[in-house]
Design a protein around this ligand. Structure first.
Ligand SMILES: [Zn+2]
Length: 198
């Protein structure tokens, strides 16, 4: 149908979340029609992002500096850490403006179905932070799904006996409601109404 470069562009776009083959073809055509305004600046932004952005060695957040801007910010409470599954959850909490502590990004949740075990997640770093006495409280902000709650229990067990209080976000919200879909007020309420993890 089209040249090899166009086919390759469509194939990569089709691998993005939310884009199937049909929308990937539309996106590719749109990019090619907006060469100077979109295609070329996007290509530069992708190259720069690939070169500059790394996972923070302390918390796993994505940033162009390591430690990330949040870990490096002396105004944020270093003893209060919010444990999230993905960087998208961190972004949702940051958008709400309700949290002034720091984070720990797991990189996913435990899932028997997807074959994700503890060794695939950034769990040891969290235990090390707690063991080093850096943390006063760890707030588990994981989804109200079976996998999210299994992960929360696993972490609470791992941190038991270490000098850190473990709490969990109060989900006074739709079951399975993921952080990214919650409005800012709901996130703030869930943070303020957090309770001890059992
Ligand atoms: Zn960090």
């Amino acid at each position: 149908m089209a040249g090899v470069e166009i086919e390759r562009l469509i194939q990569f776009l089709a691998r993005l979340p939310g884009l199937g083959p049909r929308s990937a073809r539309r996106a590719a055509l749109h990019l090619l029609n907006k060469r100077e305004g979109l295609l070329e600046p996007l290509a530069r932004a992708l190259t720069e992002a690939a070169a500059a952005i790394r996972a923070c060695r302390i918390c796993g957040n994505l940033d162009s500096q390591d430690p990330c801007a949040i870990c490096a910010d002396p105004k944020r409470d270093a003893g209060l850490v919010c444990v999230v599954a993905e960087v998208g959850d961190l972004w949702a909490l940051e958008r709400s403006g309700a949290f002034k502590g720091r984070y720990h990004v797991l990189g996913g949740v435990l899932s028997a179905l997807d074959g994700i075990g503890p060794e695939q997640l950034n769990l040891n770093g969290l235990v090390e932070r707690a063991r080093a006495g850096e943390l006063r409280e760890a707030i588990l902000a994981l989804d109200a799904t079976v996998d999210g709650q299994t992960t929360a229990h696993y972490i609470a067990d791992k941190l038991a006996g270490l000098p850190v209080k473990v709490s969990r976000l109060a989900h006074g919200v739709p079951v399975g409601g993921e952080l990214d879909y919650l409005d800012d007020g709901t996130i703030a309420a869930a943070l303020n109404a957090r309770r001890p993890a059992e």
